[in-house]
Design a protein. Structure first.
Length: 86
């Protein structure tokens, strides 16, 4: 049976950066700003569903997870409230 490894903080941030870049590139090429908004919303959902944090904050896991979830909510709000104009 394969053991599923947990995604680290650095990996999740990298995935988020790639997701945001891909959404912005699609929005620019296709002239549909919705792609950028969807990318921000998806990244916010990732942060909420899988709250990871840097290892130096592991002494207060509860607050670190809360901080990650708040960051996810902010990303979702950015995706909902902003308008991308290519």
């Amino acid at each position: 049976m394969n053991k599923i490894t947990k995604i680290t903080f650095k990996q999740q941030v990298f995935i988020g950066i790639i997701l945001i870049i891909a959404g912005n590139v699609l929005a620019l090429i296709l002239h549909k700003g919705l792609f950028a908004n969807i990318a921000w919303i998806l990244y916010g959902l990732i942060l909420i569903l899988n709250p990871v944090y840097p290892e130096k904050y592991s002494n207060d896991e509860k607050r670190a997870k809360l901080g990650s979830r708040i960051a996810g909510i902010i990303c979702i709000l950015a995706g909902i409230l902003t308008r991308y104009i290519p």
